[in-house]
Design a protein around this ligand. Structure first.
Ligand code: AMP
Length: 368
C-alpha cells in the first residue's frame, strides 16, 4: 500500500490492504453460497460506491444468481435526517425473488432504509443486506445487516469504491483520513504529579485529558458495574485487569470527536495496554506523539501520596503498605514501558522534582 495518499486538501493513510479485504469478501461469499444453495438470488448493487466490492464478491459466488443495480444519491445538509434521491431504478420485477442488497458502507442507515422500503413494496420473497463496511456507532436504524465485512469507527474512509468528492474510488485498498494529532502519554509512578501536570498541558495544547484513575473513581462513586469490578483492585493498590481498562479507553476515544489530541494519564500501565493503545489509535490513523516520563524518587513519592491522602480522602493514598504495593506494581509492570516507547524514539524523561511551574516548563519544552 502507499504510505500516504493526498487527494485535494486531505491526506489519507493505509487502513485495510487487499489481502484483508479479499479474505473477508471470500468469507461473505461462502456464507451466501451456503445460505442461498438451491435458490437463485438477485444481487442488487448500490451505485456508485459498491462497484469494486460487488464485482469481487460476484466472482466468489458459485451458485446461480442474477445481478441488477440501483443508483441513489443522498443529500445531507446540516440536518441529520438526510434526503435520498433515486436516480436510477431497478429494471427488473423482483416479486417472489430472493434479493440481496450489496452496499459498500452502511453508515447512518438512511440510504439503506430508503432502498429497503422501496424494494419491499415490490414484494420480494426475501430481502437481505450485505455490506463491506459497517459503522455500528453511526447506525440509527433497526434493519439487520446480514453480512458484514468489517465493522469500523466513524472515521472517513476512501478507496475500494469509496470516494472523497468523487475521487479515490479506483484505489484497490482502503485508506483512512489522517488528522494531525498531538497524543501525549504522561508517564510516571503514583504521586509523580501526572494529574496536576495533565491539567496544565491540556489547557496549553487544547487536548482531551484521559485519566483512567479518574474514570474508575467516577465509576466507583456512581456504583456502576465497571466501578464494582474495579473497586477491589484499586483499594488494594493493584491494577485493574487490562481488558476492562482497554474497553473503557476504546469507548472514550470513539466518543471524543474534533479533538486536537489526547493526554493519557495513568494509561498505559502494562505492555498489553500499550500494544492495545497503538492498535486503537492506528485504526483511526493516529499514533502516540511522545511519552513524557516524570522522574521522582520513591521516598519523595510516598511522602507526597500520604500528604495527598489527608486532603483528598483517597483510600489508596492513606495506607503506606498499599502505597508501597502500588510502587512495586509500577516498578514491575509499568516501568518497562519506558523501554517500549524509547525503542520507538518517543520517550523523554523529565525531572519531576521542583515547583509545579518549573516542572510544567520542562514538560512543555519536551513536547514542543
Ligand atoms: P491512578 O489515579 O492513576 O493512580 O489510579 C488509581 C488506581 O486505578 C490504580 O492503582 C489502579 O488500581 C487503577 N488504574 C488506573 N489506571 C489503570 C490502568 N491503566 N490499568 C490498570 N489499573 C488502573
Amino acid at each position: 500500500m502507499k504510505k500516504e495518499i493526498t487527494l485535494q486538501d486531505k491526506t489519507f493513510v493505509p487502513f485495510l490492504d487487499k489481502e484483508k479485504i479479499n479474505k473477508e469478501i471470500a468469507r461473505i461469499a461462502q456464507e451466501i453460497n451456503r445460505d442461498y444453495k438451491g435458490k437463485k438470488p438477485l444481487l442488487v448493487g448500490i451505485l456508485n460506491g459498491s462497484i469494486l466490492f460487488f464485482s469481487d464478491l460476484l466472482k466468489e459466488i458459485d451458485i446461480e444468481c442474477e445481478v441488477a443495480f440501483l443508483r441513489v444519491s443522498s443529500y445531507k445538509g446540516t440536518e441529520t435526517t438526510g434526503n435520498v434521491k433515486k436516480i436510477l431504478g431497478l429494471d427488473k420485477n423482483i416479486e417472489n425473488t430472493d434479493v440481496i442488497i450489496v452496499e459498500d458502507i452502511v453508515d447512518t442507515g438512511i440510504t439503506l432504509e430508503n432502498i429497503i422500503q422501496d424494494l419491499s413494496s415490490n414484494h420480494p420473497q426475501s430481502l437481505k443486506v450485505v455490506t463491506l463496511l459497517f459503522k455500528p456507532k453511526a447506525y440509527t436504524k433497526n434493519y439487520p445487516i446480514d453480512y458484514v465485512g468489517f465493522e469500523v469507527g466513524n472515521e472517513f474512509l476512501i478507496g475500494f469504491g469509496l470516494d472523497y468528492n468523487e475521487i479515490g474510488r479506483n484505489l484497490d485498498e482502503l485508506y483512512i483520513i489522517k488528522e494531525p494529532m498531538l497524543n501525549i502519554i504522561l508517564f510516571g509512578p503514583p504521586g509523580a504529579g501526572k494529574g496536576t501536570q495533565s491539567e496544565l498541558i491540556q489547557e496549553k495544547f487544547n487536548l482531551t485529558h484521559l485519566s483512567t484513575g479518574d474514570m474508575f473513581r467516577f465509576h466507583m462513586k456512581n456504583d456502576t458495574d465497571l466501578g464494582k469490578k474495579a473497586k477491589e483492585y484499586m483499594e488494594a493498590g493493584n491494577l485493574v485487569p487490562d481488558q476492562l481498562v482497554i474497553d473503557m479507553i476504546d469507548a472514550k476515544l470513539s466518543e471524543s470527536h474534533d479533538t486536537k489530541g489526547f493526554i493519557f494519564d495513568g494509561f498505559p500501565r502494562t505492555t498489553d495496554q500499550a500494544l492495545a493503545l497503538d492498535e486503537l489509535l492506528s485504526k483511526k490513523g493516529w499514533g502516540i506523539s511522545k511519552m513524557v516520563s516524570l522522574e521522582v524518587d520513591e521516598d519523595e513519592l510516598v511522602k507526597r501520596l500520604l500528604l495527598r491522602g489527608k486532603d483528598s480522602g483517597r483510600k489508596d493514598d492513606q495506607d503506606e503498605s498499599i502505597i508501597r504495593n502500588r510502587m512495586a506494581v509500577y516498578n514491575n509492570e509499568t516501568a518497562p514501558l519506558k523501554d517500549f516507547y524509547a525503542n520507538q524514539g518517543k520517550q523523554i524523561g523529565v525531572d519531576g522534582i521542583g515547583t509545579v511551574e518549573e516542572i510544567n516548563g520542562r514538560i512543555n519544552s519536551a513536547i514542543s
